[in-house]
Write a protein that binds this ligand. Sequence first.
Ligand code: 9D3
Length: 266
Amino acid sequence: MTSESASNHESRITNHDDAIRIDVVSLFPDFIDQAAAVGVVGRARERGLLSLEGWNPRDYATGNYRRVDDRPFGGGPGMVMLLDPLLATLAAARAADPAPARVIYMSPQGRPLTQAKVRELAQLPRLILLCGRYEGVDERLLASEVDEELSIGDYVLSGGELAAAVVVDAVARLQDGALGDVESAVQDSFEGDGLLDCPHYTRPVEHALGRVPDVLLSGNHAEIAKWRRQQSLVRTLERRPELVDEAALGKADRRLLAAWRAGQGD
Ligand code: 9D3
């Protein structure tokens, strides 16, 4: 049996041929390393499911000053990252492994990162995440070296490093074997349902901040499941209405919503 076709449990926990390699090009490579040292991602690295390496353009800059940026043509504030140090850094990162790499520029001009994109990236053998600082990189780099641009949302960061750390985290936890049994079970039970999570409670039942809802103490698992589903539906409609197409809900969901609305007096 080849390692490719091996599919028993033993091989799934020992064969990491499909581990992902992520290289991060950044003027602050230590930052990503720190973010990826703990929790699920740290464990994925320990298990060999993810390898992560930082590449600093400063190390590939030439001249006495090792410049990595310069003033923008056309004038204006800020600096632009120079082509040559980035080209040399990318070449070094690519050469570190023969597998083809998807090169992603973390940028406010990118398409928004979604869980669908994370799932796509998690299946690739290699990613190179390019982090900009200052006003960003020389546009000519994008056409020749970059496969796509990704943003993590409509707010202003100081550079691409936090965004790259977000990609590393989201991609690492989808690697086979990265999550513990409990985390995997939770992930499975919510996969594809597209709703926000229900509220969670733990001990004590009675507290100055309030009491745990009775239904969760009832031991009636069907009622508990219905309550949780109802909470998820209501929260999603209230907080993220764009995530739910009410007309496309099934009969059971529409009943749960109607029951909740009746109880609210509207
Ligand atoms: C204040 C600078 N802005 C001039 C109008 C433009 C700008 C340049 C560089 C804004 C942000 C940045 C640095 N941001 C990123 O590198 C970045 C980012 C982000 O800021 N928000 C969401 N996702 C990302 S991915 C990379």
